[in-house]
Ligand binder design. Sequence first.
Ligand SMILES: Cc1ncc(COP(=O)(O)O)c(C=O)c1O
Length: 499
Amino acid sequence: MVVTTTISDSDEHLHSTFASRYARTSLPKFKIPLGSMPKDAAYQIVKDELMLDGNPRLNLASFVTTWMEPECDKLIMASINKNYVDMDVYPVTTELQNRCVNMIAHLFNAPVGESETAVGVGTIGSSEAIMLAGLAFKRKWQAKRKAQGKPTDKPNIVTGANVQVCWEKFARYFEVELNEVKLKEGYYVMDPAKAVEMVDENTICVAAILGSTLTGEFEDVKLLNELLSKKNKETGWDTPIHVDAASGGFIAPFLHPELEWDFSLPLVKSINVSGHKYGLVYAGVGWVVWRSKEDLPDELVFHINYLGSDQPTFTLNFSKGSSQIIAQYYQFIRLGFEGYKDIMESCMENAKLLKQGITKTGKFDILSKDIGVPLVAFSLKDSSRYTVFQISESLRRFGWIVPAYTMPPDAEHVAVLRVVIREDFSHSLAERLVFDIEKVIKEMEDLPPRVSLESDHFTLDHKADEQHLRKKPKNADEGKKEICSYWRRISGKKTSSVC
Ligand SMILES: Cc1ncc(COP(=O)(O)O)c(C=O)c1O
């Protein structure tokens, strides 16, 4: 790399220079360069390369917040240099975290008094929160089994096959067997009756999702609680429930306060929620709350002494930023219950508008439900000429990032597109997206079917795959299945690229 060091470091150059004036060869990729470079050069070089990233606001694949008020941005920048773990140095930040935990616990109907401290912790996201909740269940189960003189080497967890990948991670990292209830076409969430059937004496918990990642649908936690209570009575076990409310935790309390899914159900012992999804904070914050102290084994809690008082901590990592915790507290007091409710209502309205537009094209079946996370999941009625994957690719031309994926077992033959509606996705953007979807469909329909398959972004380098795709499907259903199975092969059996 050629770096011109004669160019001054002064701020004058910040807006008037371009990276090509500094770096004439490719940038360092493997080794830290020997010498330094002027700060304006480094800034411009990095900024220029980042231009090729997608636009976060048009990233409709993600639930994660992409816009916050400038006042909150200021608070974030002001605390960007605070390490959260230095609790004795930043006691106010710690206090803000504790206030957030209390507010979330009350929102989820935890049995704590008006001014009683709740049990929970801020995390990097729902994934870390789920690891912690899962570990607590595992330890509790092990302790009970040991006391009964029973083996503790085969813990399992029961979930739907629609769980987010973090549950698979938990199972693998912490050596717990993951027993998944299979889905079927037309039913894309965990069937509570089947889940309870799968529970045995080694089940550390059943995890229900409030807002399936794939379709946004809420699982029936109330029915699960009923059926599991019955089984617990019959067997003498006390299998608990965890609710993965990563996205639904900040939707249901505002839009469906009558829905019973939280600590109001006795078997629900812990709940996670992503602050960075509908908690309306930028990426990097999640929460886990336990029903009571008894549900979090004390051996998992580390006690840090700060300013003479005891600060219990239970997280996987040590250092982390403080900004997201501060931003979460800002959102809670800035928006209040009414503010969150307004935002969630407007997200739902935009989801409805988009759903109507997509339905009107006549080309799609809608898989998402009206009660759930504000998103629209839809599949092609007929995939014999083009696929959802091609639609997803083509929409990129307009800047839209709309993921396409196949469902988990046993509904792998169903391929869907999913648009997540966040606060910053407006009415007019919804109209514009429908317009672009119609345009893409029209273009594909104007192409002969074979050309539309070949025009995809990937190269057909396996002869078998090529022949497979060129075989004319007998009917629309067969076409859909063949195309999906082809996609699964080339994508290394990945079922989902969504978060
Ligand atoms: C249901 C569910 N659980 C867990 C996660 C992981 O959340 P996070 O990205 O906050 O770690 C997601 C992410 O989309 C999710 O949808």
